[in-house]
Design a binder for this molecule. Structure first.
Ligand code: CP
Ligand code: NVA
Length: 306
């Protein structure tokens, strides 16, 4: 399968069939990668990994994924390039295209990533911006499929801030027929302007609730993320106060479907958005979810890189 777009910047850039193709490849190759029998389909390729925010999962999983395909990686922080300060994103895109086979970038501004991508002749992959975290949600869907079967018809309830992870879930609901529910304090929901933008592309089955107990009824997946994302550190105290009744604990999980899984993109702030009992509990699949970042991203790299 060939993907119809050069870059992986948002889930809605791809058709449902293309997204399913990525998921199928990730699931098929997972046992091969675990057994070190994966074909080195991309020898000599170099993935430039640009990070303007910290990372455990994204950095390690992307770097290992390109190595598993026979290629190698470069870890580039903002001290090296200075995109937008030392050099225009446009010029950076042109120059990097002469050296590496693909770029993975984690940064603040989605528009900067789009500008970089539109001026690069090589694929650019979004490893998280303030707006979106598409690779995360692709790996999450893989994890749901492996634990609970197809995503179709499921109810995914996101408890917390209407942030980059929540917006990428909404994007996924444009392409796949499942119900996506966000529950957050008023003022922390997904903005109407973003909802309008998304509704131009499709008709996601989406609902917002202020009351987490109401939202979580019958959930197949209960999903959580930090209340203050990277870049929002100065709002931490205010957000701790606003979100204090949104912790996923055993009482809240008891209102979901009895087989509901607990998911979290990680890193988790234990004792804040999730209790130890839930994240360490039998229905938590957070570490399979973390592992799948590598499998889904390897599939994305394999399909995008020449
Ligand atoms: N979930 C995730 O993206 O983790 P990192 O911030 O550690 O990369
Ligand atoms: N919403 C979080 C996700 C981290 C993987 C953040 O942006 O910090």
């Amino acid at each position: 399968m060939k993907l119809g777009k050069k870059d992986f910047l948002r889930i809605t850039d791809f058709t449902r069939e293309e997204l399913q193709g990525i998921l199928d490849l990730a699931i098929k190759q997972k046992p091969l990668a675990r057994n070190f029998t994966l074909e080195h389909s991309h020898p000599g390729r170099v993935l430039g990994c640009i990070f303007h925010k910290p990372s455990l999962r994204t950095r390690i999983s992307f770097e290992v994924a390109i190595w598993q395909l026979g290629g190698t990686s470069l870890y580039i922080t903002d001290r090296e390039i200075g995109i937008g300060s030392r050099e225009a994103p446009k010029d950076v895109g042109e120059v990097l295209s002469r050296y590496v086979s693909g770029i993975m970038i984690r940064t603040f501004d989605q528009k900067m990533v789009e500008e970089l991508a539109s001026n690069a002749s090589i694929p650019v992959i979004n490893g998280l911006t303030d707006l979106l975290h598409p690779c995360q949600i692709m790996g999450d869907i893989q994890t749901i499929i492996e634990h609970r079967g197809p995503i179709e018809g499921k109810k995914v309830v996101f408890i917390g801030d209407g942030n980059n992870v929540a917006r990428s879930w909404l994007n996924a609901a444009v392409r796949f027929p499942f119900k996506f529910v966000l529950t957050s304090p008023a003022g922390y929901e997904i903005s109407n302007s973003y909802l309008d933008e998304v509704r131009e592309l499709g008709d996601p089955d989406y609902e917002w609730f202020e009351d987490p107990k109401e939202a979580v009824q019958g959930a197949d997946v209960v999903y959580s993320d930090v209340w203050a994302s990277m870049g929002q550190e100065s709002e931490k105290a205010e957000r701790l106060q606003a979100f204090k009744s949104y912790q996923v604990n055993e009482d809240l999980m008891a209102l979901a479907h009895e087989d509901a899984v607990f998911m979290h993109c990680l890193p988790a702030h234990r004792g804040e958005e999730v209790s130890d009992a839930v994240i360490d509990g039998k229905n938590s699949i957070v570490f399979d979810e973390a592992e799948n970042r590598m499998h889904i991203q390897r599939a994305i790299i394999a399909l995008l890189l020449k």
